[in-house]
Design a protein around this ligand. Structure first.
Ligand code: G3P
Ligand code: CA
Length: 247
């Protein structure tokens, strides 16, 4: 059966990329695999957020003047942590903060798909990530961490700094030219509305397992599994696990 990864922590049930979402997914027992996106603050902290700025997923606009910096790379961690990253989703989550990678690494029983977002914006982020993963006091083994990107260059740099971490390549089309023989990309991930047989065939031709994102309906999940998807990435991991419980 395909592995399930909770997209942005399990963004269907709780504010994306927050500890509330991740902990809810882990507690539900639907999967231990959590996908989060990484950025870096001005003072060098790796933090979990999808967008390069805080406008969509925090109360920045309501709390600060329009001219105040909103790009994560321009903010210090302390400034980020003042923001409410949960109330926009549901008032019940008011008070959630943008998590640091350290906080996520400390969660028991977690396995992580880490996506390097806009890596070129953060020179040296791969080295920072490698150092932090290795220094982490958590019990997460390298096999329980995958580092992903839509670009091959950050994967190349990650592999140079920490070859023990498996890599995943995200793309909207599978292109053999993207894959470098010396780079041990272990999984291919595609972002489609729905997985197609041709995508599976092309991944198979490259000898790569295929991850399909972001599949949020029962129909799309079922069809992807029937086609041979190895990984289903979804905002609704509970839905996927209820499907697999029935099979
Ligand atoms: O899992 C792949 C997916 O996370 C890539 O899309 O925009 O949600 O980061 P996005
Ligand atoms: Ca992502």
């Amino acid at each position: 059966m395909a592995r399930c990864i909770a997209h942005r922590g399990g963004a269907g049930y709780a504010p994306e990329n927050t500890l509330a979402a991740i902990e809810r997914t882990l507690t539900s027992g639907s999967t231990t695999w959590i996908e989060v996106d990484l950025h870096r603050t001005r003072d060098g902290h790796l933090v979990v957020a999808h967008d390069m700025n805080v406008l969509r997923t925090t109360d920045h606009a309501a709390r600060r003047p329009e001219s105040a910096p909103a790009v994560i790379a321009d903010l210090e961690l302390a400034e980020l942590r003042e923001l409410d990253a949960g109330g926009w989703f549901d008032p019940a989550y008011a008070g959630e903060r943008i998590p640091t990678l350290s906080e996520v690494l400390e969660l028991d029983g977690i396995a992580l798909m880490l996506e390097l977002k806009d890596a070129e914006r953060y020179p040296g982020i791969e080295k920072d990530l490698a150092r932090q993963l290795r220094a982490s006091q958590s019990e997460i083994r390298p096999a329980e961490i995958m580092v992903w990107s839509f670009d091959v260059a950050p994967l190349r740099r990650m592999h140079r700094h920490a070859p023990e971490y498996p890599l995943g390549m995200l793309a909207r089309r599978i292109e053999a030219a993207t894959f470098e023989p010396h780079l041990p990309i272990l999984t291919f991930g595609g972002v489609w509305p729905e997985l197609r047989a041709i995508d599976v065939q092309e991944a198979r031709a490259l000898g790569l397992p295929i991850a399909a994102a972001t599949l949020n309906s029962v129909d799309r999940m079922t069809s992807a599994v029937d086609l041979g998807a190895d990984i289903v990435i979804t905002d609704y991991p509970d839905v996927f696990s209820s499907l697999t419980d029935k099979s």
